[in-house]
Design a protein around this ligand. Sequence first.
Ligand SMILES: Nc1ncnc2c1ncn2[C@@H]1O[C@H](COP(=O)(O)OP(=O)(O)O)[C@@H](O)[C@H]1O
Ligand SMILES: O=C(O)[C@H](O)[C@@H](O)[C@H](O)[C@H](O)COP(=O)(O)O
Length: 262
Amino acid sequence: MKRMSTDDLFPKDYSAAGITYLPPTPPPPPKDHHHSTLASKLHFPIHHKAHGNKMASSAATTHVPSPQASQAAPTSRHKHIWVITGPAGCGKTSVAEYLHMAFALPYLEGDTFHTPENIAKMAAGTPLTDADRWDWLILLREHALHTLASSPSGVIITCSALKRKYRDVLRIATYHDPSIHVHFVFLNASEAVLMDRVRGRQNHYMKDYMVHSQFLSLEAPLEDETDVLAVDAGGASAEVQKLAAEVVMGVLQRDGVVAGRV
Ligand SMILES: Nc1ncnc2c1ncn2[C@@H]1O[C@H](COP(=O)(O)OP(=O)(O)O)[C@@H](O)[C@H]1O
Ligand SMILES: O=C(O)[C@H](O)[C@@H](O)[C@H](O)[C@H](O)COP(=O)(O)O
C-alpha cells in the first residue's frame, strides 16, 4: 500500500483527496417501505419513530432545521465529529447527505478514502482485514480533524466502523483537543434489509454478498460506548434521516447550541 505523505493527509486541493462538499440541493423524496426488524446484537436504547415509544416521543418534539433552510449553521461550545456508522447499506451516505444539508456542516464520504487496493479487494468480493482498515481509519480521522480547523462547529463523516477497536481509532481525535467530541450515529437495521438495499444500489463496488461479511465483523456498540447514538434505520429514508437529525439536534441542544435561522 502507498505510504501517506503529509501532503496526502493535508492536501491543498480537497477535491483531489476525495473530500466531498455536496452541492446545495435538498435530499430526494423517500421511495421505499418500512422494515422494522432490528439487529439482535444491539445493547442500547434505539431511537424509533414516534409510535408509542418513550424515546421517540421526546425526539418527536425536537425541532430540526429543514434541509432547505440551513444557511445559518448552529454554533456550538464543542467541536463535533459526527460519524455515521453501520454496515454497508444501512444508509450512511443517505443520512450524511441529509445532515450535511440540515446542519450546513462539511461531509467526508469514508468510501472515497479507501486505497485503490482496498476498493479492488472489496469489488472482487473479499472482505477487508483489520490490517487493510487501520490506515483508512487514521486517514479519515486526520481529515476530520483538518476539516474542523475551518469548520469548528463540526464535521460529518461516513465510516462503517464495524468493530469497537475501529471506533476507538476515531475516538483518538479527542486527544488533540478536549473540546472535540466524537459521536457515532449507529444506523441499526437487519441483515436482510441491508441485503435488499445493497442489491438495489447501482454502480457501487460493494455487492450484496458482502453484506453478510459485514455482519460477521460487526461488533454492535455496547452500553459503555456512551458516545453512540443508536437509530432505527429499518424505516424509509425520510424517517431514518429525520431520526438521525433529531439525535444530532438533541446533542446540540444539550451542548448549549444557539440554533441558527431555520
Ligand atoms: N432507509 C432506507 N430505506 C430504503 N433504502 C435506503 C434507505 N437508506 C438508503 N437507502 C438506499 O439503499 C442503498 C444503500 O444506501 P447508502 O446510503 O449508500 O448506504 P451505506 O452508505 O451505508 O452503504 C442506496 O441505494 C440508498 O438509496
Ligand atoms: O457503502 C457501502 O457499501 C459501505 O460504506 C462500504 O463501502 C463499506 O462499509 C466500506 O467502506 C468498507 O469498509 P469496511 O469493510 O470496513 O466496512
